[in-house]
Design a protein around this ligand. Structure first.
Ligand SMILES: NC(=O)c1ccc[n+]([C@@H]2O[C@H](COP(=O)([O-])OP(=O)(O)OC[C@H]3O[C@@H](n4cnc5c(N)ncnc54)[C@H](O)[C@@H]3O)[C@@H](O)[C@H]2O)c1
Ligand SMILES: [Zn+2]
Length: 404
């Protein structure tokens, strides 16, 4: 079959345009290109001072051969964002925050073909990012187990530069070559926003399993029913663990803990002293102390308490201290030595945990756990200051920015 000269010219033009990453046609998987009209400029929410975001408009950056331009759909507000908003402990201001984000690929460089788990990537796919590898030869895209994100860069916690589109609190984000990115097109928007916090708990449960104590029929205590403890409960329930007692002081949160899979709930404010509280936990577990306990608060007093809930020979996972919350007193004889309990710590996650998280979210929905209800309040990008203030007020659970 012969094509006319005019046709060939047209085809060549199209191919060249796509190679330059500037074409307008939808391209097949992994061949670069652009899916739809992309504006010349777009907005970011930049934290420019304490408790103060400004909406700024910048030209959208060039998309290099290894880069991906993503149109942001939404992003959760994390405790880390709250710390930055209030005190800037990481010294990042001015910064475009937001690391619990997700969106749609609208343009990609010609070298981009697969995500970090080996799945095809194409225009229109929904993605999330995890860590950014710099020049660490110890980590490769295919070694998902290597280490947790401590020490790696993460979008949404990068200092501002001349790209500006570095965080998910924005209309667009530029994902540069060398980043980890996952195709999560088979998850709905709320599930995708919850991936990052859920990965924290997948990691904690994997750490707990490494003790050999957490089993199918274990009795488990989860202390703290903020988003972290609640997701912990949902994961345990999804794994088939039925005997879970939730401990918190907020009745609303305890009620939701039951919806997410806790079989019992203990309100610590109803008990005077650790002996009475321990007795209540024991009673809720059918007269037994817990085989395993998860500490999901940032309170040193809560850390001291949780040892009492664990049986001799049991296990404990401490994950509540993402940042330094001070020292906690324990009695080495009663709490660890004579009890022979196994304690593990858990901090952030590995890439492998991300992949497991995708499966968890699908399984949790399949058994009817109302995971989406963790997102209690949503705000558009231009109301991000209000969104953060709502987060600080602690009236809801997970607050998210959702782009229109
Ligand atoms: N390990 C990690 O990688 C990691 C990641 C993210 C967050 N975190 C940590 O997890 C903790 C929980 O996060 P969150 O977002 O759920 O916080 P949150 O503040 O929303 O929830 C904490 C809950 O603990 C309850 N609580 C406080 N004192 C208690 C006590 N003595 N006994 C029982 N319950 C008590 C509170 O009522 C609240 O519901 C934070 O301290 C955070 O730093 C750790
Ligand atoms: Zn986070």
């Amino acid at each position: 079959m012969e094509a006319s000269t005019a046709n060939i010219e047209e085809i060549v033009k199209q191919v060249l345009a796509n190679m330059a990453g500037g074409g307008t046609a939808v391209s097949p998987a992994g061949s670069g290109g652009q899916s739809s009209e992309i504006p010349k400029t777009a907005r970011v929410a930049m934290l420019t001072g304490l408790e103060h975001y400004e909406i700024k408009e910048f030209p959208l950056p060039e998309v290099g051969d290894d880069d991906i331009l993503v149109k942001v759909e939404g992003c959760g507000i994390c405790g880390t964002d709250a710390h930055e908003f209030k005190r800037d402990p990481f010294g990042l201001i001015p910064v475009v925050l937001g690391h619990e984000g997700t969106g749609e690929i609208v343009k990609m460089g010609r070298n981009v073909k697969k995500d970090s788990a080996g799945r095809d990537l194409k225009l229109g796919d929904k993605v999330v990012t995890c860590m950014i590898f710099k020049d660490d030869p110890e980590i490769t895209m295919f070694d998902l187990n290597k280490q947790n994100v401590g020490g790696a860069d993460v979008y949404g916690l990068l200092p501002d530069d001349d790209v500006h589109f570095n965080g998910w609190f924005a209309d667009y984000i530029l994902i540069r070559g060398g980043s980890t990115v996952f195709n999560v097109s088979d998850l709905d928007l709320y599930s995708r926003i919850l991936i990052e916090p859920c990965a924290v708990l997948i990691h904690a449960v994997e750490r707990a399993k490494s003790t050999g104590i957490l089993r199918f029929n274990s009795r488990v205590a989860v202390q703290g029913c903020g988003p972290i403890g609640l997701i912990c409960i949902a994961i345990l329930r999804t794994m088939g663990i039925n005997n879970i007692v939730a401990v918190d002081g907020e009745q609303k949160r305890l009620d939701f803990a039951r919806e997410l899979g806790a079989s019992q709930a203990v309100n610590f404010k109803e008990y005077k002293g650790i002996e009475a509280l321990t007795e209540a936990v024991k009673e809720s577990l059918g007269g037994h102390l817990a085989d395993f306990a998860f500490q999901c608060t940032g309170s040193p007093a809560a850390h001291s308490n949780i040892y009492k809930f664990v049986r001799n020979g049991g296990g404990l996972c401490e994950l509540g201290f993402f940042i330094n919350g001070g020292d906690a007193a324990i009695n080495p004889h009663f709490d660890i030595c004579s009890k022979e309990i196994t304690v593990v710590g858990s901090w952030v996650y590995t890439l492998r945990d991300y992949a497991t998280t995708f499966d968890f979210l699908k399984s949790a929905k399949k058994i009817g756990l109302p995971i989406d209800k963790l997102i209690t309040d949503t705000f558009p990008l231009d109301q991000i200051n209000e969104g953060h203030r709502t987060n600080l007020a602690m009236t809801g659970l997970k607050i998210a920015i959702i782009n229109e």
